[in-house]
Design a protein around this ligand. Sequence first.
Ligand code: PA5
Length: 451
Amino acid sequence: MSTLNLSIDKIFDFVSKDKVYAFADECVKQNKALHEKTGKGNDFLGWVNLPSSITPEIIKDIEKTAASFRKNCEVVVVVGIGGSYLGAKSVIEALSDSFYQINRPKDTPLVVFAGQNIGEDYTAELIKLLDKKKYGIICISKSGTTTEPAIAFRILKGHLEQKVGKPHAKELIVAITDAKRGALRTLATQEGYKTYVIPDDVGGRFSVLTPVGLLPIAVAGFDIAKLVAGAQKMEELTAPDVAFEDNPAAIYAAARNALYKAGKKIEILANYNHKLTFVAEWWKQLYGESEGKENKGIFPASVTFTSDLHSMGQYIQEGERHIFETVITVKNTNHNVAVPFEKDNLDGLNFLAYKRIDEVNKMAELGTLVAHMDGGVPNIIIEISRLDEYNLGLLFYFFEKACGISGYLLKVNPFDQPGVEAYKKNMFALLDKPGFETDSEILKKRLGINK
Ligand code: PA5
């Protein structure tokens, strides 16, 4: 079985190996703290041994529910935001045909997302699509009280009930939420929906390997057993007794912290495959919410090359030198397409004739690596062998474990997100939610709203 290869050699021109290895003991200690639950946020460490706790029975049960959606629905709407959305979205985008909205296997429903924004046009256009389709809903919210998915679910539930009748609608709805708390749990119990539980000790952004990610991914036709197997392998490779130099998550955590200390405040996750764009979105939430607190934290950004070399390339090459790149490179493609030979060679491209497109892409990647290093940008490289379920499982757990260690190196609690509440409080006050009257008056005055 393939594994993930991490290389940090290309940062040593900018930060010495000694400075990275200075974090070694602390990384081993913090990895142990994650497993022994002795660090900050230790009531949210259910993800640490999650892969190895997933049994074939759990997988089978999720696959059975997925099969029912696949049999009965042309479209499945996954309602959720943040950690209740990005994991599933990233796998589906990474593994589906690029044109899957039209070009997907027969009997595979189109999986679409809702409640990940408050877009009125988006909602209206989704309803227009659902008017014409047989559909089901997977509603995901750990807290069960998040406004964006709650609005979407209220609308979609009403639409589905009107379309197929309340008794049939409830068979087409699955709720994934807390075991006991929250409005979604209350609603699911009252309406009799099938439910899955998000464990208390697994936070949203670490929940991709719970039913939150696994059910939508299975509905889209992907092999969740392989995804879990990849994560299980990485759990093994990053176990607490693994030495620093053999533990890729510890090395990545040490490298990025050494760079941060050396003034590299922005990490750009770069990929050379547009299918990984949403994996980067998932990664940004993971690191942004976990580390960005107490006025600390590397700012996580992302680019998809070579497209973004024509937009962000200039800044990365010559802008302020406070950035480093982490490149996800995919060794093998799943297809084989070459550049054709042309007799007249009017476009001057015959030097590429018969070369695989991927060879051109890989040379762009290597050329960019050297150019960016010459421009003062350290590069960390993460190589996976191909885009499939197993490798994504490796990658997810690798990033999660590294995030836990890295957050502890930074001395923050990587498992809370107090800052997310600030906008919610103001939004509720501005919308005159009962209980927010005082804030409402102050805010409206500050914003110059006279009502
Ligand atoms: O990581 C987190 O916990 C958050 O970003 C949540 O995933 C996000 O806010 C959605 O929350 P919920 O699942 O409670 O609706």
